[in-house]
Design a protein around this ligand. Structure first.
Ligand SMILES: Cc1cc2nc3c(=O)[nH]c(=O)nc-3n(C[C@H](O)[C@H](O)[C@H](O)COP(=O)(O)O)c2cc1C
Length: 198
């Protein structure tokens, strides 16, 4: 099974990142999760989930109703010694969901100032799969230029843009659609939405 990194930044929509973690673990992949400080704050505000920093991995397992042995670990946002900070560490893919415009700007400039920025920078330099789920509206020209730079560098830009031809009935349906599209990019099977024509 594969090894994936999921980052949750402080853009609206941490539900996307958390659902992705859940799905990756449920199909048997190992997941390294990290959240920026703003990501944790916005998650608390939007979902009422406060990540317990004394036991973050267990907190995630509990919130996502995963078993206590679920292959999930938490990497601290400033821990530049974490394995995902190095290109020699094997990672099959990385997803930043949601990706704030602050994160997008830092990555586009190659700042690598914290673990998520460095880990994403590594994915680009190693030419490994990196999916960014930006969430902002409207986009400024700065945002668009940064996203274009990252697409040129090899990232897949997958906006948090649910489709309505699926006739979503709930927030869950909307979240599942975006997360399913991320899994499609990573080549991971899922049943999060019905496929058009099937
Ligand atoms: C409730 C809330 C919602 C936010 N939504 C967004 C958003 O959708 N997109 C975005 O780029 N920033 C959003 N922000 C601002 C970011 O959290 C802020 O720019 C932060 O510095 C991002 O830091 P990070 O990239 O380290 O997570 C939001 C902030 C709050 C408090």
């Amino acid at each position: 099974m594969g090894l994936y990194t999921v980052v949750i930044t402080g853009a609206s929509g941490s539900a996307y990142g958390l659902r992705l973690v859940e799905q990756l673990v449920l199909v048997g992949h190992e997941v390294a999760v990290t959240m920026t400080d703003a990501g944790r704050d916005v998650t608390s505000y939007e979902l009422g989930f406060d990540l317990p920093m004394d036991e973050p991995a267990n907190g995630l397992r509990g919130y996502l109703e995963l078993g206590k042995d679920a292959p999930l670990r938490y990497a601290c946002v400033n821990d530049l010694f974490d394995p995902i900070a190095s290109g020699s560490h094997r990672v099959d893919g990385m997803v930043v969901a949601p990706a704030s415009m602050g994160f997008v700007g830092a990555l586009a400039c190659g700042l690598a100032g914290n673990l998520p920025e460095r880990a994403a920078d590594v994915m680009l330099k190693e030419r490994r799969p990196l999916v960014l789920v930006p969430r902002e509206t409207p986009f400024s020209l700065v945002h668009l230029r940064n996203l274009t730079s990252l697409a040129e560098a090899g990232a897949v830009i997958l906006p948090a843009a649910p489709a309505f031809y699926q006739r979503p009935q709930s927030l869950d349906d909307i979240v599942n659609f975006v997360v399913g599209k991320v899994l499609d990019v990573l080549g991971i099977d899922h049943e999060l939405f019905d496929r058009w024509g099937e």
